[in-house]
Write a protein that binds this ligand. Structure first.
Ligand code: ARG
Length: 461
């Protein structure tokens, strides 16, 4: 192992097993860019308090630039056995600048450095997550535009409930993902706070202008309590919470589309591009892409609860347990972004077969509520309308008739409240749909304006 950042107090070296056990370089190397960016800003801060002169600062910043370039080599970490990325970067600096590198950690602790690095990394990861979510939202709108007038049964209890427009259904998911973007932006705001200047836990003993460092690194503000900085991983959990909700929404969408593309529903074609076959059954075309999205949900939730439990009983402030945050965060972010991208590709390849859900509407009693409401509009108290419509449904089921099979005469004979115009309500679910013209409803004009609004909102989200 390489020399530690804390050699002086120890007489003997570490047990080899412990060294390996506690090493985090193999995963926190992902923070190297952030670590260097933060260290360059810190070098400028050290100049401002007189620890480095301008020439020394320039040499250090230049050396860091070189390390940044070298780190792009995929084999850069090969054979490195430093304790963590922070120790690794300082060793590289030492190789380039010699004893000058010994000044870089003046008044700085890895406890604040790891918070800084994670925040810098997370800021760009949040941006990537937002971009992936927005792409999917755009694809949902493209799907809606392909069949603006298609009707599908909406379900409650997975039983046909009321007819809705296909774009109305897609807009439901658009809303979920819009909230996800909002949540990610809030997470960004709580992440975008500079922790540097907090020292190990008590605050730095050097008179850094923390607001100047914040401006240098593009942070909106500075943290207010040094002990909080060393102990806090809320911003990581915030992101993971947002990621969890994205996964939850993706998983429900995946489940819907797995069902709707299966033989029992048969409305969607998933295309060959995102399906797999069976090694034994030649006819199979399985929705593996969507199943994996649904499946990865468990993994992302697991990461969230693992970190939650890790943090919950820790005494203030920093404890090494907190090193366990990164693998959970990295995996949650990787999986979430991947699943968003996969869903976008599935959506690009998705085809609605509108005649099938249309037929499903016609063969069921999705118009029953429309009938009851039309009776009430004509003056009948709703409980009575509900009962009368229910009796008509029962009669239809018993006599093997679909709603569209009823003539005006038959309806009249069944009950005189059914005036001839009821035939139109029974003939076409779109008739009732027209009445649901409140904002947020499925009437074609409401959906059309919701779609226009959604396009505009997506631009400014
Ligand atoms: N590798 C450590 C982590 O990820 C960095 C902080 C180490 N601090 C310490 N006091 N041992 O948490």
């Amino acid at each position: 192992m390489q020399e530690k950042l804390y050699g002086g107090r120890f007489e003997a070296g570490q047990d080899k097993f412990f060294e390996k056990f506690s090493e985090s370089l193999h995963f926190d190397k992902r923070l190297i860019e952030a670590d260097i960016e933060g260290s360059q800003a810190f070098a400028r801060a050290l100049e401002s308090v007189g620890i480095l002169n301008a020439e020394e600062r320039a040499r250090i910043v230049r050396a860091f630039d070189e390390i940044q370039t070298e780190a792009r080599n995929p084999n850069y970490f090969h054979g490195a056995n430093d304790e963590d990325v922070h120790s690794f970067v300082i060793r590289q600096l030492k190789e380039k600048t010699g004893v000058l590198a010994d000044k870089i950690h003046t008044g700085r602790s890895r406890n604040e450095q790891v918070s800084l690095d994670t925040r810098l990394w997370l800021r760009s990861t949040i941006e990537t997550t937002i971009a992936a979510t927005r792409s999917l939202m755009g694809e949902l709108l493209n799907l809606a535009a392909k069949h603006p007038q298609a009707a599908i049964p909406g379900y409650t209890h997975l039983r046909r409930a009321q007819a809705v427009l296909w774009p109305h259904y897609l807009l439901a998911y658009f809303e979920m993902f819009a909230r996800d973007v909002e949540r990610l932006r809030q997470t960004y705001d709580r992440t975008n706070v500079l922790p540097l200047g907090s020292g190990a836990l008590a605050g730095s003993a050097f008179a850094f202008d923390r607001n100047a460092i914040a401006r240098d690194l593009g942070f909106a503000s500075i943290t207010r309590n040094s002990m909080d900085v060393s102990a806090d991983r809320d911003f990581v959990l915030d992101y993971m919470h947002a990621a969890n909700l994205i996964m939850l929404h993706l998983s429900r969408l995946a489940e819907d589309w797995i069902l709707y593309s299966g033989e029992e529903f048969g409305w969607l074609d998933l295309s060959d591009a995102v399906t797999s076959g069976s090694s034994l059954m030649p006819q199979k075309k399985n929705p593996d892409s969507l199943e994996l999205i649904r499946g990865k949900c468990g993994r992302v939730y697991g990461a969230y609860s693992a970190l939650f439990v890790t943090i919950k009983g820790l005494p203030l402030t920093y404890n090494r347990d907190m090193q366990e945050d990164k693998e959970q965060l990295f995996d949650a972010a990787d999986q979430t972004i991947q699943c968003l991208n996969m869903t976008t590709i599935v959506a690009q390849n998705l085809t609605l077969k509108p005649a099938i859900p249309e037929k499903a509407c016609a063969e069921s009693w999705v118009v029953a509520t429309d009938i009851a409401e039309a009776l009430s509009r004509a003056g009948m108290p709703f409980h009575q309308s509900h009962k009368l419509a229910g009796r008509l449904v029962l009669h239809g089921i018993k006599s093997g008739k679909n709603p569209a099979d009823f003539t005006a005469e038959e309806l009249q004979a069944f009950d005189p409240h059914f005036t001839p115009d009821f035939v139109f309500i029974l003939k076409d679910p779109r008739h009732g749909m027209q009445t649901r013209a409140v904002p947020g409803g499925t009437a074609p004009q409401s959906v059309a304006s919701a779609l226009v609004e959604a396009r505009a909102r997506l631009q400014s989200l």
